[in-house]
Design a protein around this ligand. Structure first.
Ligand code: UDP
Ligand code: MN
Length: 294
């Protein structure tokens, strides 16, 4: 295997990573991330927001990552999710108040693999002193803002685009403008309830509708909402994020995973393909050699 030309990563220190997880995914999802891409960023810059303490959170802390217990209501509905997102934002502001100098805030769900080198390459092309909102649309049209919400708030626009919540990055100057609306559980839940939208749409609504900035579409920020098999072999290394999931089509389960040629891990050993992808990007990883599998 030839090393990826950009291999080596730990240097960059200006991106704050916030990972959202939940109790039931500690074992199945967080462990996989801890084994792979978490190891390619400086542990100090990686924050995990989840529900409960257990052996996984202990392990993550041992690795040097910060784990925050959100203390939010349970569930995947608007209010609990907005609550947890509010905690994620709040922790970023707290880190800044404690003297950390971040240019970027990037959020990821716990079923996302981040190719940090591809992300850093993109960020290198942007001025972090400007207001940037980076992500990929899952809904390809402008979303109308509810009339009563428009009336009660100072709204510039009638509609907005939003980045799907699995991955998005926001520059610090824009994060500072969002603080008034989105810092902490109470605010995020209040605005999400008032606008009648989940957290990711709310972020788009505030950034585009109230503050007047535009989402910059980044087509390489994939989630499992997009068909991952379509990414060509040569384009794989250029992706900023990949994910995995499945679709139920006429009662048949269709797996949505990247297609990657690999002689080390087959689909059974690596159902998400994250291990194979990690070895493609970071071939010098110890367990990426056939005699030292995980
Ligand atoms: N999640 C959560 N609480 C829940 C369910 C999910 O915080 O009750 C988190 C989960 O850890 C992940 C994100 O929300 O980071 C999205 O969850 P999932 O991938 O299961 O659903 P999706 O929205 O992608 O279909
Ligand atoms: Mn998901």
């Amino acid at each position: 295997r030839k090393p990826h030309p950009l291999y080596d990563v730990h240097e960059r220190n200006d991106v704050y990573f916030s990972i959202k997880s939940t109790e039931k995914y500690h074992e199945s999802r967080l462990h996989l991330l801890a084994l792979t891409w978490f190891q390619t960023v400086h542990p100090h810059n990686l924050h995990i927001v989840t529900d409960t303490e257990d052996t996984t959170t202990e392990l993550l802390r041992d690795f040097g990552y910060t784990v925050h217990i959100a203390g939010c209501p349970k569930g995947h509905t608007h209010q609990p999710m907005a609550c947890k997102c509010g905690v994620e934002f709040e922790q970023f502001y707290i880190a800044k108040e404690n003297g950390s100098h971040y240019n970027w805030y990037c959020h990821l769900d716990d079923d996302m693999y981040l190719n940090v080198l591809a992300l850093f390459e993109l960020l290198d092309t942007l001025n972090p002193l400007d207001s940037h909102y980076l992500g990929q649309r899952s809904i390809n049209r402008r979303i109308d803002i509810r009339e009563d919400f428009k009336r009660k708030n100072n709204i510039l626009r009638d509609s907005y685009y939003f980045a799907t919540g699995a991955i998005y990055c926001i520059s610090t100057p824009l994060m500072e403008q969002l603080e008034y609306y989105l810092r902490g559980k109470e605010k995020m839940m209040r605005y999400s309830g008032a606008a009648g939208v989940p957290d990711d749409m709310l972020i788009g609504l505030i950034i585009e509708g109230i503050l007047g900035y535009n989402l910059t579409e980044v087509s390489t920020m994939n989630s499992h909402l997009f068909p991952l098999k379509r990414i060509s072999t040569t384009d794989l290394v250029k992706q900023i994020t990949i994910s995995y999931g499945s679709w139920n089509i006429n009662g048949k389960e269709i797996k949505n995973i990247i297609s990657i040629e690999d002689d080390l891990f087959d689909d059974n050993e690596d159902p998400t393909r994250f291990l194979s992808y990690h070895c493609l990007l970071h071939p010098s990883t110890r367990w990426c050699h056939s005699n030292e599998k995980t």
